[in-house]
Ligand binder design. Structure first.
Ligand code: SF4
Length: 425
């Protein structure tokens, strides 16, 4: 069988999307391609964003390939499944564009994992995969009644099983085509130097053992799972051999891993991570710096113990201890950022003072950003119950009503979600 894997050419006008807008490696498609090919299928990966393809170019590539299945994602790479654009405008346009030439249309991503029926309807697709997709895609050649983690049409939309979690101990090392790597100029969340070679993304683990109230990971990338060291190093050495200078580890939480960090010390790689600073002690921060880490993004979220408790951070350190650890990390790693969220209990003057204190030591802390109540997050469920077919509209309307000001990386004039999804782009 033939599978076309499509990453749309994303646009974010009018969106409240606050993730990075640059192109990243579509890791989910990397694994999917490897597993599909292992199973004897032919695969075409079309990355509309990395190649800046227009709809006609995308359609002609897919038409020439004549796929049995065309897969469209609703988030720009695994890195952003937890903070995807709420609206489905871009994937809707892609599905319409490829309907006649794509064979069976398959949707993957956070929307279908959380609200599968609404996603199937809105996109007019044939089947939606719930959860992590790479191990399910090869099974679509079986009768769908025998495949778990699907939503497909049977009179109405039929949901079969729950979201899938992949076995990270068996997923292979990824090997990307040279032209994809050469196009990948972006170094995600790197600020200490100007890139001199291509960047890349990879994961050393997936999921996170915590359950912060705002984090939309319950339907994918939830349970913490490590990749085997040998597989990580095979993939990383392949990227270095292709000239990659910087790797962003997209792990939800890059936890201290002595074996891995020691293996990185002698490799010519710089890398960035997102983590929780309360999980790192001084010797491990020393090793992190020695291993080549040049960027840490640490989710502190609130400057008070009450605020962190309200967000279910389960943080055992005091704010002073967190500050000390961030400042120590900055002596080992060139860029350290503490992320703050709008916790509603932190006094603005105290936040300014804390930010200034950290900045005096070179640690950047952002202005608290408003929380989007993602369907699938504990906050959403606490407020409105389990997500139904109107979940994204409800969360979006609430967000627009609640926050008059938006962070400077968001569109200045966000549009209501139904209006966005009516737009042709
Ligand atoms: S630490 Fe909290 S915010 Fe970060 S991935 Fe885990 S649950 Fe999500």
């Amino acid at each position: 069988m033939k599978y076309a894997l499509i990453n749309p050419n994303w646009s974010f006008e009018g969106s409240i999307y606050f993730g990075c807008r640059e192109a990243h490696l579509p890791l989910e498609y990397g694994y999917a391609k490897a597993l599909l090919e292992q199973a004897g299928h032919e695969v075409l990966l079309v990355d509309g964003q990395l190649e800046d393809l227009n709809p006609a170019e995308m359609r002609s590539r897919v038409a020439a390939f004549q796929p049995d299945f065309t897969v469209v994602t609703t988030a720009p790479s695994y890195l952003f499944w937890r903070c995807a654009p709420p609206e489905l405008r871009v994937p809707q346009t892609v599905v319409r564009n490829l309907r006649e030439v794509g064979g069976t249309l398959v949707v993957i991503g956070p929307h279908g994992s959380t609200t599968p029926q609404a996603t199937l309807r809105k996109l007019g697709a044939d089947v939606v995969i719930l959860g992590e997709c790479e191990e399910i895609l090869p099974q679509l050649t079986n009768p769908w009644q025998q495949v778990s983690s699907l939503c497909y049409w049977e009179e109405g939309p039929r949901v079969q099983g729950g979201p899938h979690a992949s076995d990270m101990s068996t997923l292979p090392a990824l090997h990307w085509p040279a032209d994809m790597i050469q196009r990948h100029h972006h170094h995600h969340h790197r600020f200490e130097a100007v890139p001199t070679g291509p960047g890349a993304e990879m994961e050393t683990s997936r999921g996170c053992p915590y359950h912060c109230s705002f984090c939309a990971k319950e339907n994918f990338r939830d349970r913490y799972r490590k990749r085997p060291l040998a597989v990580i190093l095979e993939e990383l050495d392949g990227l270095l051999a292709q000239g990659v200078e910087y790797i962003y580890f997209i792990d939800e939480i890059f936890l201290p891993n002595q074996e891995l960090l020691q293996a990185l010390v002698n490799r010519p790689v710089k890398f960035g991570v997102q983590t929780r600073i309360d999980r790192w002690n001084r010797p491990m921060l020393d090793l992190l710096g020695a291993a080549g880490c040049v960027s840490i993004e640490a989710g502190v979220e609130s400057i008070t113990a009450t605020g962190r408790q309200l967000l279910d951070k389960h943080c055992k350190l005091s704010t002073e201890e967190l500050s000390d650890r961030l400042i120590y990390a900055k002596q080992r790693v060139p860029f350290v950022q503490a992320n703050l969220l709008e916790s509603k209990v932190d006094a603005p003057e105290a936040v300014s003072q804390w930010r200034q204190h950290l900045q005096n030591f070179g640690v950047w802390a952002n202005q608290p950003v408003p929380l989007f109540p993602y369907p699938g997050s504990p906050d959403y469920t606490k407020k409105w119950g389990l997500p139904d077919d109107q979940a994204w509209e409800r969360a979006h309307a609430d967000y627009l009503e609640t926050y008059a000001q938006f962070s400077d990386i968001q569109s200045e004039q966000p549009l209501p979600l139904p209006q966005l999804e009516r737009c042709e782009s």
